[in-house]
Design a protein around this ligand. Sequence first.
Ligand code: AMP
Ligand code: ZN
Length: 490
Amino acid sequence: MSQELFVYNSLTKRKEKFEPLSPNHVGMYVCGPTVYSNVHLGNCRTFISFDIIYRYLQYLGYKVRYVRNITDAGHLENDEDAGEDRIAKKARLESIEPMEVVQRYTVDFHRTLQQLNTLPPSIEPTATGHIVEQIELIKAILKEGYAYEVNGSVYFDVLKFNKDHRYGKLSGRNIEDLIHNTRTLDGQQDKKNPQDFALWKKAEPQHIMRWPSPWSDGFPGWHLECTAMSTKYLGPQFDIHGGGMDLKFPHHECEIAQAESVHKEAPVKYWLHANMLTLNGKKMAKSTGNNILPHEIFSGENTLFSKSFSPDVVRFFILQAHYRSILDISETALLAAEKGYSRMVEAVASLDHLITSDRCDFEYDIWLEKCHQAMNDDFNTPILIAQLFDAVKFIFTVKNGAAKINQETLDKLKNQLPLFIHNVLGLHLNTDSTSQQTDTLEKSVALLITLRDKARANKDFETSDLIRDALNAMNIQLFDGKEGTTFKVN
Ligand code: AMP
Ligand code: ZN
């Protein structure tokens, strides 16, 4: 492919030619979830965005090391180092061990992302598994003079750092505004300045998640883990750092400060940020309750939508927007995605039955170039999908006899369409599994109809009504006719 890849760098606020630090290899770090509750679809959108980036880089032939952490300690209730640890709080409320909370929601996270067909990262390190590295990093920052210890806690000295470097360059904040706008919260009197952030916090006697350190029995600050783990697995400088836009400040700003204070160089070449998924126009978030869980959409058990949508349809819906645009979820948008996705799958399946001729009305090379152009322009999936639909339209026109395709183009499309749809966009094309599922459903409902007939013959109307009502609740409607009972899935 002759074209070059351009990515939008949040640090420079422009699209830049992608040139990895070491040829053919890419190091990519993405902030993972804090595992104290089920991931909502908003979280999943961000992970799908980086899954596309991971997949496309591999499609281009790069060898990618993709590190995505699990935050299982240190993330307090608010961003100003105050409140309880989110995991410890959940454990206290449910009277279970913090690691039970972590296990439950890590399993949920993995299962959900697998349903949405995202690839697992190359390394998935946890904060609790890297306490030693975090303590070493604090020692190094202290040695450089950019941190101070007070009463067993260690804080990063933002003003001192800002004298030698620049704090706020990623989020565009300047230190004067930060000084005026940061409040001192209760219990934060230890900090020299309110904009300083915790590297290590001394644990209160009741705090159950604690580790020994040179300063106190305590726990690491939230921002520290990402710097410690990205340095360990990708080195002091790496290519891509990603996360949702809401992590730019303070989390990523603090990561930059921690790394620069020790390594004296910018840790990340390209900062990539994914935009938010909204519901009713507002950001989907755990804290406000304005969210929907993926399994509630897949099963249809929710009050927002009148029917269920498959993981592939949800993924396709997400990819119809560029990762840097805000996307609002609605039933209308999901229904449109469902229609589009099944049309695309149908088109690919019908490639096997197209009749070829000597003539060809499709300019394959130009089309392929446009597809690559879309993805090379900062991973523009909606434009790629629009190009794919040009091919879909053409395939149906050939099917209807209104256009011609030759064998060579047919072979190329048969090869390339799955590469884009399956490998790059991560959507299933396996119509076999869909028809297998339909087959299983039909057989299961037929069995229930037989059992209902038996119950009715025995005048056991309680059972027969139970079967009909239960099927109704699953949107499966029964019709009793002269020839027997038939059914319809609504
Ligand atoms: P958390 O577990 O809260 O740290 O979030 C995990 C990831 O989900 C982070 O990268 C967040 O930026 C991202 N995220 C949170 N809410 C949304 C949303 N509504 N849309 C897209 N990404 C989100
Ligand atoms: Zn992080």
